[in-house]
Design a binder for this molecule. Structure first.
Ligand SMILES: Nc1ncnc2c1ncn2[C@@H]1O[C@H](COP(=O)(O)OP(=O)(O)O)[C@@H](O)[C@H]1O
Ligand SMILES: [Mg+2]
Length: 321
């Protein structure tokens, strides 16, 4: 749905985005993650045809952002870092205005405005002046204007920044609810946001992509073998350990803090072994209760910090793909 190839954007002497390439498939929600100044907004402005690339290509929904920018704009909904709202207008009037700008035929405009107000849960403030809305509601109006022409692609630049935790949670739910119908790229400098909202992540640092991966895979970078956390009740820790050590593919069983009646371990797999089904079966067949069984990864935060270390040397091999 989105293809970027060798994209570079230079502002005067400063190169904000350096030869980046990535693809986003239909229906995905991708997190574009990087510190402030990494080049997220610049990339999004190129994708939405607000800035021409210095070199390289970008294609959205089958159209080139430079050669066919009108076609691209029709198929993109864009929430800029600062939503383009008119504080003196009422919400519904503003959305009617945007709908006209986007070329929605007049007889359909009312219905579309009602639909997006329902979708973004702003029906109750339709007749409120935008300037009087809370930041959370304003952000929803920003999303409403982005989806009013029902575009297949949504580009959301830091959609939850400046919101309080409750508003952030609501905004994430709203974005998740849009994901069925739209391909979404959202930028953020907040890791937990990517973990909560996105299926995959593109990490950008100093204008360069340092990783493209699924969130799940990213967790397991840096650790070659699978590590599983397991909690069992109904047997002594020693008995559980002994049983787990016999499971094929287990390299090591490490004790964690066992609570009363619950034996807790981390189990490391041999190379290429996939342990979880075997561990589960061993516990259940022994007649014990399996309280927890999950993969353990390095925290995304550690991985992110590692990938975006500022002292990364020029020309050092990127970890991407
Ligand atoms: N209009 C501009 N003119 C010159 N430099 C800019 C301009 N916009 C952004 N930059 C620079 O480009 C780099 C990337 O900025 P930006 O894309 O806004 O990053 P992000 O959105 O990840 O914070 C930064 O170093 C920023 O200072
Ligand atoms: Mg930005």
């Amino acid at each position: 749905m989105i293809t970027v190839e060798g994209l570079t954007k230079r502002y005067a002497r400063h190169v904000a985005v350096k030869n980046i390439s990535f693809e986003v498939g239909k229906g995905q929600i991708v997190g574009f993650l990087g510190k402030n100044g990494a080049g997220k907004t610049t990339t999004m402005r190129v994708l939405t045809c607000f800035l021409p690339p210095t070199s390289g290509k970008a294609n959205v929904a089958g159209f080139d952002v430079v050669e066919q920018s009108l076609e691209v704009r029709k198929r993109i909904g864009y929430l800029p870092e600062t939503p383009p709202l008119y504080p003196e207008m009422e919400v519904a009037d503003y959305l009617v205005f945007v709908a006209k700008l986007k070329g929605i035929p007049s007889p359909e405009i009312r219905r579309r405005v009602d639909e997006v107000c329902d979708r973004t849960a702003i029906a109750s403030v339709k007749n409120t002046i935008i300037g009087k809305l809370s930041k959370g509601y304003r952000q929803r109006v920003g999303i409403a204007q982005a989806i009013i022409h029902n575009p297949p692609v949504l580009i959301l630049d830091e959609p939850t920044s400046g919101l309080d935790p409750e508003q952030q949670r609501e905004a994430r739910q709203l974005i998740a609810s849009l994901s069925g119908d739209h391909t979404i790229i959202l930028s953020t400098h907040i890791l937990s946001e990517v973990e909560q909202s996105c299926s995959s992540v593109i990490i950008i640092n100093n204008g360069e992509i340092v990783a493209v991966d699924s969130v799940e895979n990213l967790h397991h970078r840096g650790r070659a073998n699978e590590m599983v956390s397991i909690e069992v009740s109904g047997a002594s820790p020693a008995a559980v350990r002994q049983r787990l050590e016999q499971v094929p593919g287990v390299a090591r069983v490490i004790s964690r803090d066992s609570r009363e009646g619950v034996a807790a371990f981390e189990v490391e797999a041999l190379e290429n072994a996939f342990l979880r089904p075997h561990l589960a079966r061993a516990v259940v067949e022994a007649g014990w209760d399996l309280n927890e069984l999950k993969m353990v990864g390095e925290s995304l935060e550690e991985i992110f910090l590692e990938l975006t270390k500022s002292e990364r040397k020029e020309g050092e091999l990127a970890v991407a793909q």
